[in-house]
Design a protein around this ligand. Structure first.
Ligand code: CAA
Length: 492
């Protein structure tokens, strides 16, 4: 394949054009009119210009890349290309109409690919006269950066085509995984359940926008918080993917959260419209203003208080573990929710907060229904004293980090259990598609399978959400004493 076409020059489409042109292919980029083509040219100039400014691309290389690209509103220019990748909005009727057109315009040997995030590739393929030559070629945003390409095959795909597209992806410097046609494929199916759940936690007041973003970035080690990522993906796109996922899975966690719907209806679609959860230049910021109680004496309840005691002592506080003195100004209860059950057994329940140390950098500070706000604010200062970033949240199962992370890990186990993808492909998808530092199975190993299973049981007990119940495969792996999924094959 030497000449390719890309239809749709929004942020994704323009990114895909750049990827092909950087790999030395000639690209014809098409959009509906001159204005849309102009916007696509703008994306390309900005992205390649930034690479030159950062010293990642020589000016002559940039010129050569741009020279390989032809942008036009005329679909007829696609008549001789070997492959077309479609990147138009996620509306099935739009895609079907476009593919019917491409089927008519493109030479008979051309492969037609869709970059759909979640729509049925089979339905798109079946609407053409060449269904065996239609595949999914799913890139990730920002396309020039993210290394994953999901190659989606259908029951109609010709033998050998997936391998050809996977080879092409390798030529583009990407890592392909080949998957069947299920809503959300691998990465979006795992990612959107998590992002939508973050919207629900925010909507239900379990924690704040910036707290949740900081918790997931600093506490779970993800490259972006969920709301920053939703702004990058586009809230309308995320909403559509959730709709399609819910339609297929009937899992309530995929039903688009009311908050997402409201923002989309309000036109706040994320970076592409300048504002989504955040305004364009805004970043997550934890402001901790307002009254705080003066703290001299700190009590610590729960296992392994040594490190906290040492740090608080060194900072000049009178810190006590075990028998909490009556005069403790703040009590940090390191215990699972409901923390309030521990609080009511202490002399001053209003002075008690839950504390959960998430990863190496975050301390989640949970206010119970009885905690005084001035105490919670002072507790967050204490978390800073012990060298962590404090995240405020409510006294709910999993607080923030585990409530978001553990169901995602469980979903990954279920995906392998269903035979849809292998452990290795799922890990690859999340690392290379979403920039996660580890795939879910490496993460499971690090956290401990049993710990994750127990956390899920607690989440399920509180929320009664069926998909929070530990996956049967996870239960079996724990029962078998397995610590690493590396040596296992699916469905054993
Ligand atoms: N276009 C081109 N290049 C970009 C870019 C863009 N929009 N944004 C960042 N980059 C490049 C930068 O130029 C930089 O490259 P160099 O190191 O060569 O200079 C590199 O990416 C890192 O950028 P920054 O230093 O500015 O920022 P960062 O380190 O914070 O990384 C990020 C930015 C790569 C986006 C990172 O935060 C990340 O991996 N985030 C997760 C993104 C993600 O999950 N994407 C998938 C979304 S789901 C999806 O797309 C599928 C779908 O169907 C909805």
């Amino acid at each position: 394949m030497e000449t390719v076409g890309v239809v749709g020059l929004g942020i994704m489409g323009a990114g895909i054009v750049e990827v092909f042109a950087r790999a030395g292919l000639r690209v014809v980029g098409v959009d509906v009119d001159e204005a849309a083509v102009g916007r696509g040219r703008g994306h390309l100039e900005l992205s390649t210009g930034r690479a030159v400014d950062r010293g990642r691309l020589a000016a002559e290389e940039r010129a050569a890349i741009l020279d390989r690209i032809t942008l036009t509103p005329d679909r007829g220019a696609l008549a001789d290309v070997d492959l077309v990748v479609e990147a138009v909005p996620e509306v099935m009727e739009l895609k079907r109409a476009l593919f019917a057109d491409l089927d008519r315009i493109c030479k008979p040997s051309a492969v037609l690919a869709t970059n759909t995030s979640s729509l049925s590739v089979t339905t798109i393929a079946a609407g053409t006269s060449r269904p065996s030559q239609v595949v999914g070629m799913h890139f990730f945003n920002p396309a020039p950066v993210m290394k994953l390409v999901e190659v989606v095959t259908t029951v109609l795909t010709a033998d050998g085509l997936a391998a050809r597209i996977a080879d092409l992806a390798v030529r583009l410097g990407k890592t392909p995984i080949t998957v069947g046609d299920r809503a959300g494929f691998v990465a979006n199916r795992l990612l959107l359940g998590y992002l939508n759940h973050a919207c629900r936690l925010l909507g239900e007041g379990v924690s704040g926008r910036d707290d949740i973003d900081v918790a997931m970035r600093e506490g779970a080690g993800l490259p972006m918080g969920p709301f920053q990522l939703l702004d990058l993906i586009g809230l309308d796109t995320a909403y559509e993917i959730c709709e399609v996922l819910f339609h297929e899975t009937k899992d309530r966690r995929h039903a688009p959260s009311p908050l997402l719907r409201e923002l989309v209806a309000a036109g706040r679609r994320g970076r592409k419209t300048g504002e989504g959860f955040y305004a364009r230049t805004e970043t997550p910021t934890l402001l901790d203003e307002g009254p705080k109680v003066a703290v001299t004496s700190v009590g610590i309840v729960g296992p392994h208080p040594e490190h906290l005691l040492e740090r608080l002592d060194a900072a000049g506080f009178k810190a006590t573990a075990g028998d909490i003195p009556d005069d403790a100004d703040v009590v940090l209860a390191i215990c699972p929710p409901p923390v309030v059950e521990a609080a009511v057994r202490l002399p001053h329940p209003d002075r008690v907060v839950g504390l959960h140390l998430a990863g190496d950098r975050v301390g989640e500070v949970a206010s119970t229904v009885l905690t005084a706000p001035e105490v919670a604010a002072a507790a967050r200062d204490l978390v800073r004293v012990v060298g962590r970033v404090p995240v405020a949240c409510a006294d709910r199962a999993g607080f923030v980090v585990d409530a978001l992370l553990l169901p995602y890990l469980n979903d990954a186990v279920r995906m392998v259990e269903s035979g849809y993808a292998s452990f290795a492909d799922v890990d690859t998808a999340m690392k290379l598609g979403c920039g996660y530092p580890q795939g879910p199975f490496k993460m499971l190993e690090r956290l401990g399978l049993e710990t994750v299973r127990d956390g899920l049981r607690a989440l399920y007990a509180e929320y009664r959400e069926p998909s929070f119940a530990p996956a049967p495969l996870l239960e079996r792996l724990v029962a078998a004493g397995v610590r690493s999924t590396g040596d296992l094959t699916p469905n054993r």
